[in-house]
Design a protein around this ligand. Structure first.
Ligand SMILES: Cc1cc2nc3c(=O)[nH]c(=O)nc-3n(C[C@H](O)[C@H](O)[C@H](O)COP(=O)(O)OP(=O)(O)OC[C@H]3O[C@@H](n4cnc5c(N)ncnc54)[C@H](O)[C@@H]3O)c2cc1C
Length: 407
């Protein structure tokens, strides 16, 4: 391996599985896992650094997702992939091992956009949107966050006012993945009649977005550069009543969707950490300093073993939340602990991997720098580490430290 330029092998999976976690996979999980792994090693890794550097959406890779049968999470019917929750996690893990931007694209489109419709839509609404979304003929987005309400999105200020057989939406959204491209944008807004949060689908038609929907791509990001988020102005956007998600009655329904993607974030973090660990181990094996491979030094071995211990713990976390989700028993709190643990551990592990690769660790072609930058966004979105900590803290103490009052 040359250590001064890109090496095709670096970044490819080493199959790290010290505790033989994979022996527990079902046939279905193996099939999904292998499909995603092969795709990542053969197609994603060779091109991802370039898309990231150019902040360009990887359309050839995105277009492969429906061909691989991995769009639609665990949604059954409507042309969706109908994966088991553990298989969904494995797919998220592998995509993020290759490229966080591609993984986030799918997470937003399917995990948030499609799941909102599947969980909160009427049968007619599911029939109307999900088949096209499963085939990526229509792209999805999920617009919850606002400039003034991120962690406290429950206090969102965007409003939806009834006007005959339409709703009129006014407000401002921020950080909305695919918000400038999506055909089906689920916008969460406060119903002015009830004060409750409801979900509304803003559709892009042949003539573009409805009047008043004005997205601006957020530029100059240093994380997940190959997937785009938008700042969106909503100024009197008219949406037919048919587009109000029938079963999104309050923020509790929004939270049901977010609870499923919180677990996915734990798998995503594991993917980034795995990519970084495998690259660092391979690099340290082949890099010669003081006449010997780096791996022959005790301190390097200790660092690699510490990384492996953390990675193995993350794998066990993921397998258990997968099992609970497969049994329909994954609580938002348990998913929150897994997200908190795995993104925190992944951040530290990836920084170690970067350091073990010396100067070559900062080169995009060697992948680890991209993981280091991308994990920052995963750490923040869908509830920061601190928010997950407060959610779990409330669960074990009975005291909400968000507001300081007992629940
Ligand atoms: C790349 C990216 C993609 C995203 N995609 C989407 C998307 O598709 N759709 C969408 O709706 N949103 C999206 N988001 C928004 C994301 O969910 C928010 O960024 C996140 O919830 C945090 O909100 P914030 O950025 O406003 O940070 P803030 O809420 O302002 O938090 C700033 C800091 O303060 C801390 N903090 C906040 N409140 C407390 C408290 N009570 N106690 C202690 N500490 C606290 C936080 O933990 C954090 O460290 C995306 C964000 C990013 C970066």
């Amino acid at each position: 391996m040359t250590t001064t330029s890109a090496t095709p092998q670096l970044g490819e999976s080493l199959g790290t599985d010290f505790f033989s976690v994979r022996e527990q996979f079902t046939d279905e999980q193996w099939t999904r896992f292998r499909t995603a792994r092969r795709f990542v090693d053969q197609e994603v890794l060779p091109t991802a650094p370039g898309y990231w550097e150019r902040a360009e959406l990887p359309w050839p890779l995105i277009n492969r997702l429906p061909e691989l049968g991995i769009v639609g999470e665990d949604i059954e019917g409507y042309g969706c992939s109908a994966m088991s929750p553990t298989a969904c996690g494995l797919v998220h893990m592998e995509l993020h091992r290759g490229d966080g931007s591609l993984g986030t694209f799918l997470g937003v489109h399917a995990g948030l956009g499609m799941q909102s419709i599947a969980m909160c839509g009427s049968e007619e609404q599911k029939q109307r949107w999900l088949p096209d979304m499963a085939a990526l003929r229509k792209l999805g987005a999920f617009a919850l966050t606002e400039p003034d309400h991120g962690s406290d999105s429950i206090a969102l200020e965007t409003t939806a006012r009834r006007d005959g057989d339409h709703w009129v939406i006014d407000g401002h959204k921020r950080w909305i993945g695919n918000g400038s491209l999506a055909d089906v944008v689920v916008v969460w807004a406060r119903n002015t009649e009830t004060g409750e949060i409801n979900g509304f689908v803003v559709e892009k038609g042949e003539d573009g977005y409805p009047a008043g929907y004005e997205p601006t791509v957020i530029e100059h990001k240093g994380s997940l550069r190959a997937v785009w988020q938008a700042d969106i102005r909503l100024d009197g956007v008219r949406v037919p009543d048919d587009n109000r998600l029938a079963r999104a009655r309050s923020f509790a329904d929004t939270a049901r969707v977010l609870a499923t993607t919180r677990g996915a974030c734990a798998w995503m973090a594991l993917g980034h950490a795995t990519g970084a660990y495998d690259a660092a181990l391979r690099y340290a094996t082949e890099r010669i300093q003081f006449g010997k491979p780096l791996t022959s030094f005790q301190i390097v071995q200790q660092r690699l073993v510490t990384m492996l211990a953390e990675l193995t713990g993350m794998q066990l976390y993921c397998m258990q939340i997968g099992r609970l989700a497969d049994a329909g028993r994954l609580s938002p709190t348990v998913a929150g602990l897994a997200k908190m643990n795995n993104t925190t551990k992944a951040r530290a592990l990836i920084a170690e991997a970067r350091d073990l690769m010396g100067g070559n660790g900062i080169l995009l072609d060697n992948h680890v720098m991209r993981h280091m930058a991308d994990i920052e966004a995963i750490h923040t979105f869908e509830g920061t580490e601190t928010m997950q900590t407060l959610i779990v803290g409330r669960d074990i103490t009975g005291i909400s430290a968000f507001s300081g009052t007992s629940r």
